[in-house]
Write a protein that binds this ligand. Structure first.
Ligand code: SF4
Length: 252
């Protein structure tokens, strides 16, 4: 029986896809984005987190059956509210076999995969082929900048974006706006150029940097070293995407 580690389950989520959703945050991520606002999701293992109210363990192990049973118990209300289940993280594809086994046990519920795209092509294909919608993050088109700010090159991400374009699954590309890093005109134009004519792309969402990101680092005993000036306002310029012919939204 597949089992996996989850660091949060958020019910009645309204910002993680269409309708009202239950979002499962899977532990573990191969990237190290310097702006990450879920540092407790990076390690694949349960870990202690210290807050003003005391210490707690972040990360709970579920079997695929246990998690699917919990999600299925909410399926009626999720369906009634045009929602479903979202798998997020961390990077859910780090636990691809587990996510796949949970999805196999879900009964008639809309499934969304929220991914960085940094995974093997095999895992990417295996999970994406079972979902209804993908939220795919595109951060930096320049390989060197991607390596510098996420700790990994962007070749897997770009390969999996090309795979996604062939699978017939609708997807939203989400771009985190990080001041002076991803929000530059060069990067936005490079992303827009890459997405020009992408089959299956239904929307682009720009996600402004969350200045509260640093707060969780102390609690999870990690240094917060963003490598950019957090005080600079992000550019919220949607014009590079004007020619794509799909809606472009800036999240509030
Ligand atoms: S991909 Fe997401 S979870 Fe992983 S390090 Fe980057 S921001 Fe954090």
């Amino acid at each position: 029986m597949e089992s996996g580690v989850v660091f949060d389950i958020k019910e009645f989520a309204v910002h993680d896809g269409p309708g009202i959703r239950t979002t499962v945050f899977l532990k573990g991520c191969p990237l190290r984005c310097t702006w990450c606002h879920n540092p407790e999701g990076i390690s694949p293992l349960p870990e202690p987190m210290r807050t003003a109210t005391g210490e707690r363990t972040v990360g709970e192990t579920f079997t695929a059956e246990e998690l699917a049973d919990r999600l299925n118990s909410q399926a009626d209300i999720l369906r009634a509210n045009e929602g479903g289940v979202t798998f997020s993280g961390g990077e859910p594809l780090m636990q691809a076999a587990f996510v796949s086994a949970v999805i196999d046990r879900l009964t008639d519920v809309h499934v969304l995969l929220d991914t960085s795209g940094h995974a093997s092509e095999r895992d990417f294909r295996a999970v994406v082929s079972k979902v209804d919608l993908v939220h795919f993050d595109l951060k930096l088109m320049d390989a060197g900048q991607h390596q510098r700010f996420t700790g990994q090159p962007n070749d897997l991400v770009l390969t999996n974006l090309s795979v996604l374009e062939t699978l017939g699954i609708p997807y939203v590309v989400r771009v985190p706006l990080v001041p002076g890093v991803t929000d530059t005109i060069e990067n936005m134009c490079a992303i827009a150029e890459r997405l020009d004519g992408s089959p299956g792309l239904i929307r682009v969402e720009l996600l402004p940097y969350n200045r509260a990101a640093g707060g969780k680092y102390e609690a999870s005993q990690r240094p917060f070293e963003p490598g950019f000036d957090e005080r600079i306002a992000v550019r919220r310029d949607t014009r590079p995407f004007d020619a794509l012919g799909v809606p472009v939204r800036v999240a509030s």
